[in-house]
Design a protein around this ligand. Structure first.
Ligand code: DAO
Ligand code: DAO
Length: 292
């Protein structure tokens, strides 16, 4: 079954010719996706965007993805090459917020899934805080997953839920990109939210004595920083379990800690993720990537 919300990542689109980019409205994206589906029978098209509520698009996508020969011609790791096969200009839209994410980041990281971080305030309302995209380096994925899981069949791999933990724990270069959608975010509320979310993971994986690590992390975020709606925060695990944080493309700090990297990734692809559907999409895409 192909997820309509995120059905495209491992197809190998013919390299599209660069076109002038229209303003990225939802309508424009939907139109682009729909016309490209019709035109190219389901290759690059879907990398633009999809809206599962759009009956026309849903139908178009269904028909494309029900035809296996049109979908995912990627056979083996050996043919996986983002540089050759992905258009770095394509984006994916998180449908609830309208926020878009590039399907490739830093030339080598591919988008595995997108989701939404909500937060309940005083048990009264749920606010949308940020949309996120989870990326992983192609070569690292190839190396780590094929070494460990290359011999499993697709169903065996899908059933093997420990591969998420493996990805969370190991030295695979990954980025979680957050795009803020809540317009009244203060540094104070950010600090207390991640003391709760990251703090509970530090405790879960590392035991009780991790106050220093949490403080080192939170002290990177100075009171004077502003994070209005539209701000972009990249949390990247770089080689050697180094967590590097950028705000709007500017590095604000990096900390070498396997525990911290693992705790951050666990928020998105661990046992109790912020967005369960996003995690499932990521699992699905990893499975497709390993066995095509
Ligand atoms: O306005 O008090 C309020 C509610 C704020 C909720 C903030 C949640 C912050 C979540 C972490 C964001 C990390 C960028
Ligand atoms: O959503 O609860 C959460 C955790 C988010 C973890 C990352 C926070 C990084 C925040 C940077 C803020 C910069 C001022």
């Amino acid at each position: 079954m192909v997820s309509l919300r995120f059905p495209f990542l491992f197809s190998q689109p013919p390299k599209p010719k660069p076109k002038p980019k229209p303003p990225h409205t939802k309508a424009a994206s939907t139109f682009l996706a729909a016309s490209a589906v019709v035109a190219t029978a389901g290759a690059a098209a879907i990398a633009i965007c999809q809206d599962p509520k759009d009956p026309f698009l849903k139908k178009a996508l269904n028909s494309v993805f029900s035809n296996k020969s049109n979908h995912c011609s990627l056979p083996l790791w050996g043919s996986l090459s983002l540089a050759e096969n992905s258009s770095s200009s394509s984006t994916v839209v998180e449908s609830r917020t309208g926020v878009s994410f590039p399907s490739v980041l830093d030339d080598s990281k591919r988008l595995l899934g997108i989701g939404l971080r909500k937060k309940s305030v005083l048990g009264l309302k749920n606010i949308d805080v940020y949309a996120f995209g989870v990326y992983a380096d192609d070569n690292d994925l190839k190396k780590f997953l094929s070494e460990k899981y290359g011999k499993l069949s697709n169903p065996e791999f899908k059933e093997n839920k420990e591969f998420n933990e493996y990805i969370i724990e190991n030295d695979i270069c990954m980025t979680v990109r957050l795009q803020i959608v809540y317009s009244k975010l203060s540094i104070h509320s950010v600090r207390s939210a991640f003391e709760e979310s990251v703090g509970s993971r530090l405790q879960k994986f590392g035991g009780s004595d991790n106050k220093d690590l949490l403080e080192r992390f939170t002290s990177q975020f100075k009171d004077e920083y502003k994070i209005p709606r539209g701000s972009l925060i990249d949390l990247s695990r770089e080689q050697g379990h180094v967590l590097c944080t950028k705000i709007d493309g500017k590095e604000v700090g990096s900390i070498q800690s396997q525990l911290l990297c693992q705790s951050i990734l666990d928020l998105y692809i661990g046992k109790d993720p912020f967005d369960r559907q996003a995690k499932e999409d990521i699992e699905h895409n990893l499975a497709s990537l390993l066995h095509k």
